[in-house]
Design a protein around this ligand. Structure first.
Ligand code: HEC
Ligand code: HEC
Length: 300
């Protein structure tokens, strides 16, 4: 055979397999991002518009305005984070998207250039994401369909700093993911369970009482986007305390509460907790979350 043909054939095969493995790596990242965004991160709980029954509207994924807030310091809606260039984040670079998710910083161009994101966007927890998971989330955000949807401009009444969460500051490693309790700690951190399940005083979350009684109250005066008859709810004690917390619950009861929003006595729990998203969690990840919850010291 002609040497040239043989060579170019080998080159061609070399190039093709390179392209294929790059595509395969992208596909793996998008899948991982899809899993995280649509389960533990529950980005859609705020960013995806909901129908009257409270369920996300098909075809509108992450297109903004899913929840709107009216707090003493901020009035506004979750942004359009689809790749639409005009009304979404299609003109942002990967690094710009990452800075928004982990630092709450908007890029110096486009809509609301340079203005920090309101703290409803829980960046103090999202910063705990491993570099691989953060890449995966960005890959997925780039892969969702672009939806043209103008979200009204927010009103910033007062600047509120993001309060650091100790475990997120320390960070997590890929090796942590092999240990169920550490992986559980990672999942609850990026899932920011403690944001709601921890009491606050004078605008400060009291992390030393994390998961104890009297977490933050959520109601229709503060949050819009749930069904009209949503009564609001107050988070509950999920420490290992045998009576006040979930110390006596079985693993199955805890998992059912997380993924189906059913309390131990069988009654339906109310949003804002993202049961709809958590139902897609893999069994091993749910086991890890439960394993970690069992280690939370009891608080009465
Ligand atoms: C509790 C509700 C909530 C959750 C959950 C949430 N966000 Fe947000 N997000 C917001 C709000 C509200 C804003 C707009 C804040 C503002 O205007 O200052 C925002 C803004 C953003 C922005 C900036 C977009 C822009 O144009 O300003 C990005 C990017 C973003 N979110 C990504 C995400 C991702 C990715 C997730 C999941 C990891 C997520 N958000 C989860 C409420 C939320
Ligand atoms: C956006 C706020 C919010 C987030 C985030 C959140 N929860 Fe909740 N959770 C609540 C509220 C509010 C209730 C009580 C609802 C009710 O009483 O109707 C609740 C109830 C529960 C219950 C049932 C407790 C009982 O006594 O019935 C469990 C278990 C639980 N949450 C675990 C978690 C875990 C684990 C995470 C993170 C993966 C999480 N929650 C994230 C707000 C939240």
């Amino acid at each position: 055979m002609n040497v040239f043909l043989k060579l170019s054939g080998a080159l061609l095969i070399g190039t093709l397999s390179h392209v294929n493995s790059a595509n395969a790596a992208d596909a793996v990242a998008v899948e991982r991002g899809r899993y995280l965004v649509n389960t533990i991160l529950a980005c859609g709980n705020c960013h995806t518009p909901k129908a009257a029954d409270g369920l996300p509207i098909a075809g509108k994924e992450l297109s903004g305005g899913g929840l709107s807030f009216n707090a003493p310091f901020f009035a506004g809606s979750a942004s359009n984070i689809t790749p639409d260039k005009e009304t979404g984040i299609g003109s942002w670079s990967d690094d710009e998207i990452k800075r928004a998710i982990t630092q709450g910083a908007r890029p110096d161009h486009g809509r609301l250039a340079g203005l920090p994101l309101a703290p409803m966007m829980w960046v103090a927890f999202y910063k705990a994401m491993t570099p691989g998971d953060l890449d995966a989330v960005v890959a997925y955000l780039r892969a969702v369909p672009a939806v043209h949807n103008v979200v009204p401009l927010p009103e910033y009444k007062r600047q509120v700093p993001n309060q650091p969460y100790p475990d997120a500051e320390k960070g997590f490693t890929d090796a942590d993911m092999l240990d169920p309790v550490r992986r559980g700690a990672y999942l609850v951190t990026i899932g920011h369970c403690m944001e709601c399940h921890t009491p606050a005083k004078d605008g400060k979350t009291l992390y030393e009482q994390a998961f104890g009684k009297g977490g933050k109250p959520y109601g229709p005066g503060l949050v819009k986007g749930y069904p009209a008859d949503w009564p609001g709810s107050n988070s509950r004690n999920i420490t290992s305390h045998p009576e006040a917390g979930i110390g006596r619950w079985t693993d199955a009861e805890i998992k059912r509460a997380i993924t189906q929003g059913v309390a131990r006595d069988g009654h339906q729990l109310q949003p804002p907790m993202g049961f709809y998203w958590y139902r897609g969690l893999k069994e091993a990840d749910l086991d890890a979350i439960v394993a970690w919850l069992r280690t939370v010291p009891p608080i009465e």
